[in-house]
Ligand binder design. Structure first.
Ligand code: ATR
Length: 276
């Protein structure tokens, strides 16, 4: 093998990691764009994330995706942060170079692209309701604001968390506010479920008035079957979508960050949907 043909190494780092679909997704992107990369799963012990990253860099790693439970640790580890990573307060994409470790977050732009390009729903001048105030919710706020939405309302089971999160963005003049679930009294154009409630087959306690015939109800979770949130929304007449497209779009953006080439995602989406 000549030196030129040695593939660049990438990985997804998490714990657990065996379930991750990222290696298959990136292998398809690499094949399609003729990029010589290999992309592996890296199981990091829960107390050895930084060591695991440094070892991977020492072995020639060029970049990594970061998943549960290390997104906050990656934020601390990165020596340079992109604006969207700073706003998210968490990292899902690391790039390694002689200059050091750069942290980025592609989750939010992945969500926005899936809604606007794949689902064909524009966010500009729209009323958006974001459910949840954890890391998943925080990660998507800046990219949503950058779409020039009319307003973003954050609702969370523990309301002070929603207020605190809204305040962080409100300070910069963004149209972000918070509300308790039982205070919600208007119809929204897009409702995004960024809670982990679907994992427990639970529903955020939403009043029916938030759903309308033009509403898109989006669950960041995905699976072979519609989530309980999607089922609930569909019964109230809305369009629904799960987070599989977001998963693929965030991967495509990471691929672009590393390789400077944007892969086509539609075929990969169809393939992965068939695997669920
Ligand atoms: P993540 O990083 O995935 O966002 P997290 O920080 O633990 O994980 O946040 C989980 C989110 O889901 C929180 O907003 C949580 O609400 P609380 O802040 O009140 O804990 C929300 N959540 C989890 N289970 C829920 C349920 N059954 N109903 C409503 N919200 C729920």
């Amino acid at each position: 093998m000549t030196l030129e043909s040695v593939p660049d190494r990438y990985a997804v780092i998490g714990n657990p990691i065996q379930h991750s679909k990222s290696p298959q997704v990136h292998a398809l992107f690499a094949q399609q764009t003729r990029q010589a990369i290999c992309y592996e799963r890296l199981l990091a012990p829960v107390d050895r994330f930084a060591d695991s990253v440094h070892e991977f860099v020492a072995q020639g790693g060029r970049g990594a995706n970061v998943t549960v439970p290390f997104k906050l640790e990656a934020f601390v580890l990165a020596q340079e942060l992109t604006p969207r990573a700073k706003a998210a307060g968490a990292i899902n994409t690391l790039s390694f170079s002689a200059a050091g470790i750069k942290g980025d977050n592609t989750d939010g732009i992945g969500l926005v692209r899936d809604i606007t390009q794949n689902a064909g729903v524009q966010l500009k001048n729209r009323l958006v309701l974001l459910l949840g105030a954890g890391g998943a919710a925080r990660g998507v706020i800046l990219p949503l604001i950058e779409e020039n939405i009319t307003s973003l309302v954050i609702a969370n089971r523990t309301q002070p968390r929603a207020m605190e999160l809204a305040q962080q963005f409100f300070h910069s003049g963004a149209p972000v506010s918070s509300a308790a679930f039982d205070q919600l009294d208007q119809r929204f154009d897009v409702i995004i479920n960024a809670t982990s409630a679907s994992l427990d087959s639970e529903l955020p306690p939403l009043p029916d008035c938030v759903f309308g015939p033009q509403t898109l109800a989006y669950d960041m979770m995905y699976g072979a079957q519609p989530t309980i949130f999607m089922q609930h929304a569909a019964q109230r007449g809305t369009a629904v979508r799960d987070g599989l497209g977001m998963l693929i779009e965030q991967a495509a953006e990471s691929f672009f960050v590393w390789r400077g080439i944007r892969p086509e995602t539609a075929l990969v989406y169809r393939w992965l949907r068939g695997q669920l």
